[in-house]
Design a protein around this ligand. Structure first.
Ligand SMILES: C[S@@+](CC[C@H](N)C(=O)[O-])C[C@H]1O[C@@H](n2cnc3c(N)ncnc32)[C@H](O)[C@@H]1O
Length: 258
């Protein structure tokens, strides 16, 4: 569909970087806390956060014992990269494309990609890149949209005419949508998170989930295929955020210990 370009995606995430929302996301992302907490020798492990946005998960990495100097982050968004560089001066932050990572093979003990590959033009290729940079015996922590939850059907699939107008005719299309969606999102947030969201968060969520040029959803079968086609073991998987998202932990089998 016209409008589906990586340039549009870059423009959007640079104008609306994915920030640190006020609803306390860790509660809904317990799987990553568990996966990282269980890793041994965290002091010396390298962690690569691909599509790191505004570095939401970096504080978790540090809290769990990873060294800031062993954290690498990459994002296409100019504003997210500059924010993250300022906030984490000892981490290695690059602007780049998840489809062609500027890293050597097998550099990451743990590769994390939270809510990213479904926003690329080629999610299987993006996942292949995660597998490529992961060391033997390393882990990949993935979070993607779930096909079988109605949220993305309403929020993304059925809203394609709005997206078409936005990318091909006028960015002003955003404003009437924002005014109409604002009360609905606040009601949903009140029910799910027991709190109201800021205007910035609502704008970011609308961009990330409705106006984004790419938002592929995944079935369990597709997650299993990602493991199979990259010769990885699917260690654990599940759903989070009330079933809206799917998470999975993959292992790249090889010698040594985790
Ligand atoms: C939903 S946000 C998630 C950010 C962060 N992982 C988090 O959970 O807070 C998606 C992020 O993926 C980035 N992204 C999307 N496509 C990308 C690509 N091809 N290369 C690099 N980053 C990309 C966006 O710029 C955005 O920051």
């Amino acid at each position: 569909m016209p409008g589906q370009s990586m340039d549009n995606s870059k423009e959007m995430y640079s104008e609306y970087p994915f920030g640190n929302f006020e609803y306390g996301r860790f509660r809904y992302y317990k799987f990553i806390v568990d996966a990282l907490r269980d890793a041994s020798d965290k002091e010396n492990k390298t962690i690569y956060d691909i599509g790191c946005g505004n570095s939401y998960f970096f504080s978790l990495y540090k809290e769990l014992g990873f060294r800031e100097s062993n954290i690498s982050g990459l994002d296409q968004s100019t504003s997210a990269v500059s924010y993250t560089k300022d906030k984490w001066p000892d981490a290695h932050i690059l602007q780049g494309d998840a489809l062609s990572l500027p890293y050597d093979e097998e550099v990451a003990d743990i590769a994390v990609s939270m809510g990213v590959i479904h926003h690329t033009s080629n999610p299987s290729k993006a996942f292949g890149e995660l597998a490529r940079i992961t060391k033997q015996n390393g882990l990949i922590v993935l979070n993607v949209y779930n096909t079988w939850h109605p949220y993305f059907l309403f929020m993304h699939k059925l809203t394609f005419p709005i997206r078409y107008l936005y990318w091909n005719f006028s960015r002003a299309v955003f404003w009437p949508v924002f005014v109409l969606a604002y009360p609905a999102i606040q009601i949903l947030s009140g029910i799910l998170f027991f709190r109201l969201l800021s205007v910035t968060t609502i704008k970011t969520l609308l961009m990330d989930q409705m106006f984004t040029p790419f938002a592929k959803t995944f079935t369990l079968c597709e997650i299993q295929k990602l493991a199979g086609s990259n010769r990885l073991t699917l260690l654990q998987r599940g759903v989070n955020m009330y079933g809206m998202m799917r998470w999975a932990i993959f292992k790249k089998e090889g010698g040594g210990s985790r």
